[in-house]
Design a protein around this ligand. Structure first.
Ligand SMILES: Nc1nc2c(ncn2[C@@H]2O[C@H](COP(=O)(O)OP(=O)(O)O)[C@@H](O)[C@H]2O)c(=O)[nH]1
Ligand SMILES: [Mg+2]
Ligand SMILES: [Zn+2]
Length: 338
């Protein structure tokens, strides 16, 4: 790892929000909630050239004007930001996270393919994905809830599920426990699924604005416009930790090509290990363990197809990134390691 030039008197702070080139940095988090204004242990500084994301630990320059150093990230949720022209650009939504909560309202769950894509991105972040199904109070029938959870669990091996209601409090303790020990949790999901309401419920106070969803389609209205870091109080169960509330993100396109696909499709990879040929394409080859699993109903062929699509998307992205680096080299840019 590159050595960091950090002043001896440097005191790292954590970026709690970013507004057009400015970072709000906390040096000691309030005991619960968001930073109220600026002063005391909160400063607003310019980013100038620093690639900062909410959740980053940073060192502020001695004059207190700007972000001097961004400390190495141990994880980050990154998605592809732009599709314009040939440019492949990334957007880091949250840094230094332990868990990614993928939120969906239980009354309008994602289809299996959507959840698979989200899990790949979440695993790629280096954090642990957790599926949170919200608004449990809106479905009366317990067997209906079970049925929905089971259908999603089928495409999420080894992933923890929580069914919660911020209104009744059901399931929230399970989420609090995950934050215990000063963990950082990023909440992701479409606008209106109840992310900010979960944050408020966990903090025990209204720290994030929420807004009623539209009657017709249950879509939210993007009340949360900026990603922000919220501190959890140490009470009631010693759960002090950090939450990162995000605005609804509609398109989740792959960015990195880490181990996300292998982790999200661990069941398929386990099967692949048992194919007779190492270069098996799982089509017509004899001794294909994947085909055998499909034939006797242990593996849904749609899941295999979905995985192949994601692998292809990742390969295309890698080509694009390589082409971009080459173009940058030609223009004399040096690649910055991120
Ligand atoms: N019935 C019910 N409604 C909820 C629950 N959580 C949130 N909501 C409502 O869903 C709407 C959107 O919530 P919000 O937290 O702003 O969603 P966000 O866009 O994901 O942050 C608001 O009207 C909330 O009151 C819940 O547990 N049960
Ligand atoms: Mg919100
Ligand atoms: Zn095979």
């Amino acid at each position: 790892m590159a050595s960091l030039a950090v002043r001896a008197d440097a005191r790292p702070g954590r970026v709690s929000r970013i507004d057009r080139g400015w970072s709000t940095v906390w040096f000691s988090p309030p005991s619960g909630g968001t930073a109220a204004g600026v002063g005391g242990d909160v400063v607003r500084v310019r980013n100038i050239g620093a690639d900062v994301a909410v959740g980053d630990w940073v060192v502020v320059s001695a004059d207190g004007e700007r972000v001097e150093t961004v400390l190495p990230r141990r994880s980050a949720f990154v998605r592809r930001a732009s599709f314009e022209g040939q440019r492949a650009e990334s957007h880091t939504i949250a840094a230094n996270i332990d868990f990614v909560f993928l939120l969906h309202a239980i009354a309008s769950p994602p289809n299996q393919r959507r959840l698979e894509r989200e899990l790949v991105l979440a695993f790629d972040s280096g954090a642990r994905p957790v599926v949170v199904l919200s608004k449990r109070d809106l479905i009366e029938d317990a067997s209906e809830v079970e049925h929905r959870v089971a259908s999603l669990k089928a495409v999420a091996p080894d992933v923890e599920f929580h069914v919660v209601s911020s209104f009744t409090g059901e399931g929230l303790d399970g989420l609090r426990q995950l934050a215990a020990g000063c963990r950082t949790i990023a909440l992701l999901g479409a606008s209106g699924v109840g992310k900010s309401t979960v944050v408020n419920a966990l903090v025990g106070d209204t720290v994030q604005r929420t807004e009623a969803v539209r009657e017709g389609d249950q879509r939210g209205r993007h009340t949360t416009t900026a990603t922000s870091l919220v501190a959890l109080p140490a009470e009631p169960i010693g759960s002090a930790g950090w939450l990162i509330d995000t605005p609804g993100v509609r398109a989740l396109s792959l960015w990195s090509s880490g181990h996300g696909i292998e982790r999200a499709f661990s069941d398929v990879f386990d099967l692949m290990d048992h194919c007779r040929f190492r270069d098996c394409k799982h089509e017509e080859e004899p001794g294909c363990a994947v085909r055998a699993a499909i034939d006797d109903g242990r593996l849904d062929p749609l899941r295999l197809e979905s995985m192949k699509r994601l692998v292809a998307e990742e390969a295309a992205l890698e080509d694009e990134q390589k082409a971009r680096l080459k173009a940058e080299d030609r223009r004399g840019f040096r690649r910055r390691k991120t």
